[in-house]
Design a protein around this ligand. Structure first.
Ligand SMILES: Cc1ncc(COP(=O)(O)O)c(C=O)c1O
Length: 357
């Protein structure tokens, strides 16, 4: 608290990112990064351009990167907006497209940055409860609203929504923007990008932080009708004209172009996830069906917070959420390499064998 702060600054409840500790031999399964480095082409491009006119500003419109993204998705340049991580893209989405008189709708258990943006920009929102088995049911969103946003697959549950259900929602909801946050879509959910041409109110958000292994570069993008993209660009140009540096633009394009590397690393993570789920089931955990690079797992006899703390004593970090209380029994475990998953499962087995609750 400070007397120099503005009124709004006093009222904010900032997002708390997953920790990035600098411990040796850490098994880091807490922030849903890829366990694999980005395509080797990224490092090559960054080396080639490290001293390339960095005294000059980058292209404020990121034309080359947006063209690469558009081609990758079979869209046009005018359908692509880029930002400094999808968090920045989402921030602009909330201000440009979701701030209206009616409350926006999002799940009660979802990406915890959404309510933070609502607080920052003064956006009314209503939380729509997940079903008893932690699913998003699109019929629950068919009511008057200022906009709708949810991740597909959802976070932190990992559960996907079917494309047919998203289309049903779009048909029922033509007058406000529907944002599908596809941060984890490449690990097995159905993308809604194919619906963009038909539904001008649909905006799909992607990130390079997960399936492209580029969390450290900070690049995300939104895809949608040019009217939506123009709205985002107006906000961006009222905030920061140059959100992406030259190296970020080049590195991101190189990652998107290496489709073979992308396919093989996604397949590897999906394989490891299935093994991890099988191993957790053997230990008695209930694991929600995951189409993401993480799993949400609870044990009927062991508390999620206690298990998380005991894993941490062994330098293994996973994410635990105490709120809402309904998800307190769970741990969210990022899928690591097979070796990291094996270390995790061995430690967990040992903890369960030595803990009585
Ligand atoms: C659902 C969801 N959306 C968006 C993001 C933001 O990703 P980034 O800002 O790294 O692109 C995350 C990050 O964890 C996420 O879980």
């Amino acid at each position: 608290m400070s007397r120099y702060w503005s009124e709004i600054t006093h009222q904010l409840t900032p997002y708390i990112p997953g920790e990035q500790p600098k411990l040796a031999n850490l098994v880091k399964l807490n922030t849903n990064e890829s366990p694999y480095p980005p395509s080797p082409r990224v490092a090559e491009v960054l080396r080639e351009h490290a001293d390339n006119q960095l005294q000059r500003y980058p292209d404020p419109n990121s034309i080359a990167l947006r063209t690469t993204i558009a081609q990758h998705h079979g869209l046009a340049l005018e359908n692509v907006f880029v930002g400094n991580g999808s968090d920045e893209v989402l921030a602009h989405v909330f201000l440009a497209l979701l701030k209206h008189d009616l409350p926006i709708l999002f799940p009660d258990i979802s990406y915890s940055f959404y309510p933070v943006y609502c607080g920052l920009y003064g956006i009314k929102h209503s939380l729509i409860p997940l079903t008893d088995d932690f699913q998003i049911q699109v019929d629950d969103y068919m009511r008057p609203n200022g906009g709708i946003i949810f991740p597909n697959p959802n976070a932190p549950t990992g559960c996907p929504v079917k494309l047919a259900d998203i289309e049903r929602l779009l048909i029922a909801n033509p007058d406000s923007v529907v944002v599908i946050d596809e941060a984890y879509v490449d690990y097995g959910a159905e993308s809604a990008v194919c619906l963009i041409a038909q539904y001008p109110q649909l905006l799909v958000v992607h990130t390079l932080s997960k399936s492209r292994g580029l969390a450290g570069l900070r690049v995300g993008y939104a895809l949608g009708n040019s009217e939506l993209i123009d709205g985002l660009t107006r906000v961006k140009d009222s905030f920061n004209s140059y959100p992406l540096g030259k190296l970020a633009q080049l590195g991101a394009a190189a990652a998107i172009q290496d489709t073979a590397y992308f396919a093989s690393t996604c397949a590897q993570v999906i394989n490891s996830r299935e093994q991890l789920i099988a191993d957790l089931n053997k230990l008695g955990f209930n694991v929600l069906p995951s189409a993401a690079n993480f799993v949400f797992a609870a044990h009927p006899q062991h508390d999620g917070a206690t298990l998380t703390a005991k894993l941490r004593e062994r330098s293994i970090i996973v994410r635990h959420f105490s709120n809402p209380p309904r998800i307190a029994p769970f741990m969210r475990i990022t899928v690591g390499t097979d070796e990291q998953c094996a270390i995790f499962i061995n430690a967990l087995t040992d903890i369960l064998n030595h803990t009585t609750e």
